[in-house]
Write a protein that binds this ligand. Structure first.
Ligand SMILES: *Cc1c(COP(=O)(O)O)cnc(C)c1O
Length: 501
């Protein structure tokens, strides 16, 4: 069963948790029990491929799904066609400043960023959850995006039966490449539309449409129901646990670690989803020494780990690692719940305080627990670029900006603690080609002046000889399929019109 972080008496099945996304009381769903794996379980997992490991782990959490249902979800999501390599994730063992780093590449999916790992499987988990809870009603998913999530969600929901999706993006608020990626999207059940406004406008209006009772009634009459694909859905978090357990198994196979030898895990962090998945993997039994939480100049988490005070009242920076430009890391709420030994009253208080004053302070016990497990650090745009340049010149390995933040903070960790002997897994969250301009600025500043983003990709490839992921290469020649634009006030009409209501 799954409980709400702010009221643990609220208890729902996994299908209900996924179908609903967020609890009615505003809390997030957390598993009431976490499966624990033994040495024998790890041996057994080690002998399976990625898909086999995913089936085992998902099955242990989604106990109201049949084995056939889980198998189907996994088999539809992690195909060789969608992921360029046989194993959807792969480990590159590299060195930085003389220290060995096992880089867990999570970006071999259809949009070249790690969000594919969850968004390729979420639609299947969602439609099966809908069958169990909402009697097979068609799911209508609305997404407001500032860029990357929109494309990953579109690719995930492409031609998935029983779903329709509309993605709204700010007309002047995404990069030309991101706009192109979304507007060339194929899939009969999908639609993309620019809005005359910024990201906040798009997000606010989508929220209003979700809760508009007139629109909801119209959908009901037509056997449809709204749903969301955002990153607090348990169906997005769970698939991310798989790759940490899988990576530990891979390190065992490679002889890098011997169970139960401990590892460090470094994650470039924004909404705290990816690093929280690593924490769940630890709760399930992978031996972890430290979680290293890497932030950019929006260093609210670094400060939190250091002081126990979360304070979002601060300057917001637009950085060259934009997917981490976040001041409220929603998934942190789940970690707090577990660190407090499931004290829902305490969590409710912290979240109210965050809403009212923009900050809260955890108690001494929780802070001690937090600091025992987590190390926080951050770096700015300049250090990010220096890290990209250094890694490339030292080891001929090209980092994207987000992963570079993680490498930089890991190096800071070693300098502070002298712990360079614990084997490390560092999550790499995007292909460098997704952020070609910033990567070029790091290794060949003159070339970053090129106007067209596709030419930047070509130039970066010329200089580095690093393979360009097929999905980014392919869309170069594709013609846009969508060119919709709407005023903010007309978004509700747009949704109904598109649904034919
Ligand atoms: C979303 C994203 C992140 C941040 O992940 P969280 O789970 O939100 O912490 C980091 N890097 C990239 C490239 C992303 O797209």
């Amino acid at each position: 069963m799954y409980n709400s972080t702010v009221d643990k008496k609220c208890s729902v099945s996994s299908a209900q948790a996924i179908a609903q996304g967020i609890s009615d009381d505003g809390g997030l769903f957390v598993p009431s029990e976490i499966p624990a794996y033994s040495a024998a379980d790890f041996e057994a997992l080690k002998s399976l491929n990625y898909q086999g490991r995913a089936k085992k782990i998902l099955g242990d959490f989604l106990t109201d799904f049949s084995k056939e249902e889980i198998d189907e979800c996994v088999d539809l999501a992690y195909t060789a066609e969608k992921f360029e390599i046989e194993n959807p994730t792969q480990i590159a063992s590299r060195t930085f400043c003389g220290d060995k780093i096992n880089i867990l590449e999570l970006w071999h999916g259809p949009t070249s960023a790690f969000k594919d790992m969850a968004l390729q499987i979420l639609p299947h988990l969602l439609t099966k959850s809908f069958k169990k809870t909402y009697d097979g009603k068609e799911a209508v998913i609305l997404v407001a995006t500032s860029g990357d999530t929109g494309k990953a969600a579109l690719e995930g929901f492409k031609d998935v039966p029983g779903t329709k999706m509309i993605v709204f993006y700010p007309e002047n608020g995404v990069s030309p490449m991101q706009k192109h990626q979304m507007n060339v999207q194929l899939g009969e059940n999908l639609n993309v539309c620019a809005i005359k406004g910024n990201f906040d406008d798009a997000q606010t209006c989508v929220k209003n449409i979700f809760t508009n009772s007139e629109i909801k009634a119209k959908l009901e009459e037509n056997n449809m129901i709204f749903s969301s694909a955002n990153s607090i859905n348990w169906g997005r978090l769970l698939p991310q646990i798989v790759y940490y357990i899988s990576a530990y198994c891979d390190l065992m196979s490679k002889g890098v670690v011997k169970y139960p030898e401990k590892i460090n895990i470094v994650v470039p962090t924004g909404n705290f989803g990816n690093i929280l998945a690593a924490y769940y993997a630890y709760k399930m039994g992978i031996p972890v020494n430290k979680f290293i939480c890497a932030s950019n100049s929006n260093n609210v988490l670094t400060e939190f780990i250091e002081t126990g005070i979360y304070n979002k009242n601060r300057m917001f920076f637009t950085t060259n690692s934009p997917s981490m430009d976040i001041l409220v890391s929603s998934n942190l709420e789940r970690l707090l719940y577990h660190l407090s030994q499931n004290d829902d009253t305490k969590i409710k208080g912290y979240m109210q305080s965050l809403k009212q004053s923009g900050s809260y302070e955890i108690d001494a016990e929780m802070k001690a627990e937090l600091q025992k497990l987590f190390f926080g650090g951050y770096c700015d745009d300049k250090a990010t670029k220096e890290t990209i340049a250094k890694m490339f010149s030292e080891d001929n390995y090209l980092l994207d900006t987000h992963t570079a933040v993680a490498v930089n903070v890991y190096h800071q960790y070693i300098e502070k603690t002298n712990d360079s002997s614990t084997p490390v897994i560092l999550a790499s969250t995007a292909s460098p080609y997704k952020f070609s301009k910033s990567v070029l600025e790091a290794i060949s500043p003159d070339d970053a002046k090129i106007e067209n983003e596709f030419k930047m990709i070509d130039r970066l490839n010329e200089i580095t000889k690093v393979h360009v992921p097929k999905p980014l290469d392919e869309i170069k020649t594709m013609k846009p399929r969508f060119n919709n634009v709407t005023e903010i006030e007309k978004m509700p009409e747009y949704v109904l019109g598109h649904l034919g209501l």
